[in-house]
Write a protein that binds this ligand. Structure first.
Ligand code: GLP
Length: 241
């Protein structure tokens, strides 16, 4: 596990974009695992800048997002479909059909989860998985639990996640209670994992994930067993290490 410290969230985003850009240069048809939340926004801004500068080309790349809310229309401004469109897909040159986000509106959500894992396997697995981390240690929407779930699955969001994500919705009642998430197995199968954490409010969960026992109560702690994980932190998120 490598941990790199930066002075600012913008620098964390630049470092992550360099890693993703290098991945695309060394393997133009790379399979990228992408994340939502505020943490990766500077990364996507930097990737857009690198793309516009002619340095990074997404035309052969494939992406799979980590998660999506259930029963929220794709066009809803809080859906992860919409987030990815606004923050990245509309501004770079992925080929049509090469970006994937779980369908949280599928009639059969269990079948959708199985289909999503199969699609990742068929694409050759994820080369680089970008991750944020929730205040409770979740990665994707793998919430604190007494176990690690291997495959893509439907998750009941915890109250702390509902409250954390409430800021994007009109009211807490509007926050979906369920989501589809890649499982820990799918994340751990990625050839490289890049986890971002910025801000003082992530300092405690970063400390728990890196310094305390590997424990499904802090799902991100499993990443320490991954052979190729890079953690990019600003000084605030690293302040309790
Ligand atoms: C959401 C997403 C996670 C993300 C987390 C942290 O719950 N499902 O993938 O890592 O929020 O978000 P933020 O980066 O905004 O703190």
């Amino acid at each position: 596990m490598q941990v790199h410290l930066y002075d600012s969230a913008a620098q964390v985003g630049q470092a992550a974009a360099i890693l993703i850009g290098a991945q695309l240069i060394s393997k133009p048809n790379a399979v990228l695992g992408l994340a939502t939340g505020s943490s990766p926004i500077p990364t996507y801004q930097e990737l857009i800048r690198m793309h516009r500068a002619g340095v990074v080309d997404f035309s052969s790349a494939v992406s799979f997002n980590l998660d999506e809310y259930c029963r929220l229309p794709e066009s809803h401004p809080c859906s992860y479909h919409d987030f990815m469109h606004q923050q990245l897909f509309a501004h770079v040159n992925f080929a049509q059909g090469n970006t994937h986000v779980p369908n949280g509106n599928a009639a059969d959500l269990a079948a959708e989860c199985a289909r999503y894992d199969q699609a990742i396997a068929k694409a050759g697995g994820i080369d680089l998985q970008l991750l944020g981390i929730g205040h409770n240690g979740h990665i994707g929407f793998n919430e604190p639990s007494d176990q690690f779930v291997y495959g893509c699955h439907v998750v009941k969001l915890t109250q702390s996640t509902i409250e954390a994500n409430r800021r994007f919705f009109d009211s807490e009642a509007d926050v979906p209670r369920e989501a589809i998430s890649l499982g820990i197995g799918s994340i751990m199968n990625a050839k490289r994992v890049v986890l971002l954490a910025t801000g003082y409010d992530k300092a405690e969960v970063v400390r728990r994930s890196i310094r305390e026992d590997i424990d499904p109560a802090t799902q991100a702690s499993i990443l320490r067993t991954h052979p190729n994980v890079i953690i990019l932190l600003d000084r605030a998120a690293a302040s309790k290490l």
